[in-house]
Design a protein around this ligand. Structure first.
Ligand SMILES: Cc1cc2nc3c(=O)[nH]c(=O)nc-3n(C[C@H](O)[C@H](O)[C@H](O)COP(=O)(O)O)c2cc1C
Length: 210
């Protein structure tokens, strides 16, 4: 069956897309408003997009009343944010930060999320995150619809020492040990980043598989 996006209502497009394009990594984004209030919220329209410059992307919708979400507003105003990757141990509290808190309430304070300072931006990192990105706004894109696309330049990557081994100039990352979770499908489905398998890449011409 083919679904023509133009003939679908936005809510149906959303439901079909998020239940098909899976799994998606989750950015647990910390941002700061003009009064200094810290905000945390998860975003699974998220990925990294390149390494020169190193960019990441967030797709941020609007609140029910059509206002921008705090994260989009804060990033555009302050020009920075942090992306914290989510370990399974933080899944519950990460989902709690998706509740639409009033604008003058900090999820970080109310839910008791421990942060630690970043080094290149003033927005802190979530202390329990196995890995995190310090980001500067690179380009906001107004899609003309109800989404804002945030392109962020990744200024620094943090990885917990316990997940690194080998030489400092070419460390090995033990991704599996980080226990990261991603967004799967359904209203509240998550996936553990563990069920992987290997396929080696080959040069051209590819070997005869017959
Ligand atoms: C796992 C997860 C992923 C989410 N991904 C997105 C997303 O990619 N884009 C979006 O607009 N909202 C997403 N949401 C909903 C926002 O987190 C929610 O609207 C939140 O209240 C926004 O908070 P803010 O206004 O403080 O930024 C997601 C929620 C969850 C639980």
């Amino acid at each position: 069956m083919q679904f023509d996006m133009k003939s679908l209502a936005p809510a149906d497009r959303y439901r079909l897309l998020v239940n098909t394009v899976t799994p998606r990594p989750i950015a647990w984004v910390v941002s700061r408003n003009a009064d200094g209030l810290l905000n945390a919220a998860p975003y699974s329209f998220f990925n990294v997009l390149g390494s020169e410059p190193p960019l990441c992307v967030l797709g941020i919708g609007q609140r029910a009343e059509g206002d921008p979400k705090d994260t989009a507003r804060n990033i555009v105003e302050s020009g920075e944010f942090t992306v914290n990757l989510v370990g399974e141990h933080d899944t519950r509290i990460m989902v709690d930060t998706a509740a639409e808190a009033p604008r003058d309430v900090s999820e970080i304070d109310v839910l008791g999320i421990t942060t630690r300072p970043a080094s290149l931006v003033s927005t802190p990192l979530i202390a329990s995150a196995p890995a995190a990105l310090e980001c500067r706004l690179w380009k906001p894109i107004d899609t003309g619809g109800n989404f804002t696309i945030i392109l962020g330049e990744i200024l620094a990557l943090h990885i917990g020492d316990e997940f690194l081994s080998g030489p400092d100039d070419r460390p090995r990352v033990d991704t599996e040990a980080m226990g990261l979770v991603g967004r799967a499908f359904g209203a509240g489905g998550y996936i553990r980043n563990k069920d992987t398998f290997e396929e080696a890449r080959v040069g051209w011409p590819v070997p005869d598989r017959g």
